[in-house]
Design a protein around this ligand. Structure first.
Ligand code: ZN
Length: 407
């Protein structure tokens, strides 16, 4: 039975750091975590075992264009039908595309991520492509498929009367036979009738629903102009989305609405910053008790490293709280770990306990820049680099293992 002796484990859903005399797993399950008391500081190095990270929002389909949108606005780079991303995707063969996605999933594993929730363009074909990359790398892809084409004309969207065309209805069924759920760019891309139909179909087959909301003020303004209601209200009341991504320009009323709805928000601070948008209201969302995940968004915009995203998010949250105490570092790490349980359930926990799936990461706190950490959880957020990740396991399978780590 593989095991790690005398390490530090961030234990349970609260990620409480403890000394651990023996951390063991067999096949896909953690079989022992022998705790020996709480331990926040490290005096002379240790291996630190943390839950495998979840990247709450990605578009790995455009990872073949790193930094390709430099100099483009959100609309120029990413909006349908003629945004840069969609033009470039349409040119790519399957053979040329797959290695890029696989390489970026492997980089996720290299940086401690065991799963990601992906908005996948290109319909059923796109979902199948990502499924293949997921199987090749062992990184779990929760695939939220998007229609390959735009179902409605601008006039139809303005009238907001049309139902989902039969061709898209068939495409939805084909997509959901592969994907874990549905996603679309914005609430303004479909009519309310289509949203209701997608809600019913996904509900019937137990699939997830996700959407970008409030990435900038135009999302809300366009929705208000067409339907008399903002995009967040429609995402909750018409579409009944499980995942609401961005919330960059959410007001206090909108944050309160999100919290009342019990839906999970996904923030992407580096992506927002990279597009010259405001930073999301991380402190206000945390303070209001919103359910939250954290994501790196487009492969075009960011490396899919949650280590970089956690560092950035912790710092902007501290700045927004504007005091020395908030947030607790563990509250930020939960955005990439134990908070995922509420969305995915099943055999996904996002924390470490005996009997749970062996989804964990081994960090080398024996290295000089980590071996005297006064706060192990804060150091996971702010100081651990990809090079400090010794191994990443999902369900007992090593997705990444440094030759230095011989367990
Ligand atoms: Zn996105």
């Amino acid at each position: 039975m593989p095991e790690i002796r005398d390490c530090i484990v961030l234990h349970g859903p609260d990620l409480a750091p403890h000394r651990c005399t023996r951390f063991a797993w067999e096949h896909d399950t953690i079989t022992a975590i022998d705790l020996a008391g709480p331990c926040l500081r490290i005096d002379n190095g240790a291996l630190v075992v943390i839950p495998g990270l979840t990247n709450g929002h990605t578009h790995m389909g455009d990872s073949f264009l790193p930094d390709g949108a430099t100099g483009l606005t959100l609309e120029e780079g990413f909006f349908r039908p003629h945004g840069y991303k969609y033009r470039e995707l349409a040119k790519l063969t399957r053979e040329a595309h797959l290695p890029h996605i696989t390489a970026h999933l492997a980089y996720m594993a290299r940086t401690g991520t065991v799963r990601h929730l992906d908005f996948r363009e290109q319909g059923a074909y796109g979902a199948a492509l990502l499924r293949e990359a997921s199987e090749l790398t062992g990184v779990q892809s929760v695939i939220l498929g998007q229609f390959d084409g735009v179902p409605f004309t601008a006039e139809e969207l303005r009238a907001n009367q049309a139902d989902l065309p039969a061709a898209n209805r068939a495409e939805l069924d084909a997509m959901l036979s592969i994907a874990d759920g549905f996603s679309e760019s914005t609430m303004n891309d479909l009519t309310d009738g289509a949203w209701r139909e997608i809600r019913e179909v996904t509900e019937r087959c137990g699939k997830l629903r996700a959407i970008h909301c409030l990435e900038n003020a135009a999302y809300r303004d366009t929705s208000l102009a067409v339907t008399g209601r903002g995009d967040l209200v429609r995402a909750i009341e018409v579409y009944d989305a499980h995942l609401i991504v961005h919330l960059t320009v959410a007001t206090s009323d909108e944050i309160a609405l999100l919290v009342r709805s019990g839906k999970t928000g996904v923030i992407n601070p580096r992506a927002n910053a990279n597009l010259g948008l405001p930073l999301p209201p991380v402190a206000a969302l945390l303070h209001a008790g919103a359910k939250l995940l954290l994501g790196t968004d487009n492969g075009l915009l960011n490396s899919p490293s949650m280590l970089a995203e956690l560092d950035f998010t912790y710092k902007i949250a501290k700045s927004q709280f504007a005091n020395a105490l908030d947030p607790d570092p563990a509250a930020i790490l939960k955005l990439a770990t134990s908070n995922v349980r509420g969305v995915l359930g099943g055999d996904v926990y996002g924390w470490l306990e005996t009997g749970l799936p062996a989804d964990f990461v081994v960090l080398d706190f024996n290295r000089r820049h980590l071996r005297a950490s006064r706060h192990a959880v804060a150091s996971v957020l702010t100081r651990v680099t990809p090079d400090d990740v010794l191994a990443t396991y999902r369900q007992g399978r090593a997705l990444w293992r440094d030759p230095r780590f011989l367990s």
